[in-house]
Design a protein around this ligand. Structure first.
Ligand SMILES: C[S@@+](CC[C@H](N)C(=O)[O-])C[C@H]1O[C@@H](n2cnc3c(N)ncnc32)[C@H](O)[C@@H]1O
Length: 418
């Protein structure tokens, strides 16, 4: 109302659990606002002749009560809070008038000036609710509110923003964090926040090493490959280092390439920590097995081309007695084959696949250092891959993709069947 316009809004957090809330109109505004009202535990009645499919689904699920009709006077009886968002101006005005009469706080999507309440731009991160209301000379400025909200929530999530005097001490223990394939943007939000809170980071050679540059100077960064192992195996020495730093009360992040549980020995570390009673959190990561082909334009599945993909470690040759892979069975599969750690043995692997019946013309792509600035792709077939890999000097880390999906992005793939 005009006489109130000069005063700033008074911010408040409504505790709506079990309290009647009425929403007038079942369109896009209701669809956006309802999930938060449902999450707040409000007892919600929607009054609207129609609703979007998403809103209808909330009614079907029993999350809201839906009265399929137009607004009528008296609908706001016993209501604590009303959201008026229909496309019927007369109904909006009438509902708004009833709210004023009955002292019901009321948000209006069509006319913020006459509303008695405004919805702030909100977001949540780790138990903090951020609510932003900005105003300019014209009144509310929802775009600016949303932009400020996004900046704050993102900062809280990735750990770049924290109240200096209230920075929560992360619990001592170890987080096994999947760092993604290499591009620093491809770590999860949770992984990035844990990194920002760490006292000690034990990192592999693979993975997003650029992220380590961002860490504050007090953080101790340890290169896992340089941990002296003396009488231990290298992996055991890493486990010991994790245990020792966690026992010293430090927040430890074990930063691994890709996903910790895809050829990452993550479970060995989790088990070693469990055996010592040290808390361990596992944060999944984007595995190179899917993301590196994708970054090179190769989908691991494609409709009508591949209905399965199989990820295989190629670190031992097919005739090596330590191999656990049934190459004969693998050769019979029609889908995509993704090989990790296979650059050295690709000649022997290609030979075994052809010997077991795969066509020598099967397309192959080697993608080296995927998702990084140094990414490159070399194309071949099973018949030529050993020679091509040598001629092009392909080096680890590389993901090798075998199958018709390799040709999909190049337009040379077979036409989709079903
Ligand atoms: C020990 S495995 C670890 C895999 C990892 N846990 C994952 O989920 O991506 C290492 C292998 O992953 C593949 N790899 C990891 N990052 C890669 C990248 N950026 N480009 C190409 N291959 C990569 C290579 O095959 C490399 O030899």
């Amino acid at each position: 109302m005009a006489e109130h316009a000069d005063h700033p809004a008074y911010p408040v957090g409504l505790r709506l659990s079990g309290r009647r809330v009425v929403v007038v109109g079942g369109g896009q505004v209701a669809q956006r606002r309802l999930p938060t009202l449902i999450a707040a535990g409000a007892d919600i009645t929607l009054v609207s002749p129609s609703a979007t499919p998403a809103v209808e689904a909330m009614a079907d699920a029993g999350e809201i009560r839906w009265e399929r009709r137009r607004y009528q006077d008296g609908d706001l009886a016993d209501t604590w809070y009303a959201l008026i968002a229909s496309d019927d101006d007369a109904a909006n005005d009438a509902a708004s008038a009833e709210a004023e009469r009955t002292r019901t706080w009321c948000v209006r999507s069509d006319n913020a000036d006459v509303a008695t309440a405004w919805t702030p731009a909100t977001g949540r991160s780790e138990g903090v609710t951020v609510a932003v209301l900005s105003t300019d000379a014209q009144g509310r400025d929802p775009r600016h509110s949303a932009a400020v909200r996004d900046a704050i929530v993102e900062g809280l999530r990735d750990g770049t923003l924290a109240a200096p005097h209230h920075r929560t001490r992360p619990a001592p223990g170890v987080s096994l964090v999947g760092g993604g394939p290499g591009d620093p943007d491809l770590i999860t939000v949770r992984g990035r926040r844990l990194l920002a809170e760490a006292d000690v980071v034990i990192a592999d050679r693979l993975g997003p090493r650029d992220l380590l540059d961002e860490l504050p100077p007090h953080v101790q960064v340890i290169d896992a490959s340089k941990i002296p192992y003396g009488r231990f195996m290298a992996q055991e020495a890493i486990n010991q280092a994790l245990i020792e730093h966690a026992r010293a009360g430090k927040a430890v992040v074990r930063l691994k390439g890709g996903d910790p549980f895809v050829f990452g020995r993550g479970m060995e570390e989790a088990q070693a920590l469990a055996a010592e009673g040290i808390p361990c959190t596992v944060v999944p990561g984007i595995s190179s097995s899917i993301s590196v082909p994708g970054a090179a334009g190769i989908p691991v599945t494609h409709r009508g081309v591949a209905h399965e993909f199989t990820v295989v470690s190629g670190h031992v040759a097919p005739d090596d007695e330590r191999s656990l892979v049934d190459w004969e069975a693998i050769a019979r599969l029609r889908g995509t084959l993704v090989l990790l750690m296979a650059v050295d043995k690709i000649g022997a692997i290609a030979k075994a696949l052809v010997a077991h019946g795969k066509s020598p013309d099967t397309p192959v792509a080697l993608v080296q250092e995927g998702t990084t600035a140094a990414q490159r792709r070399v194309d071949a077939t099973l018949a030529t891959v050993a020679e091509r890999a040598a001629a092009e000097d392909v080096r680890p880390p590389a993901v090798i993709v075998i199958g018709d999906v390799v040709a999909v992005g190049t337009g040379a793939a077979p036409r989709p069947a079903e």
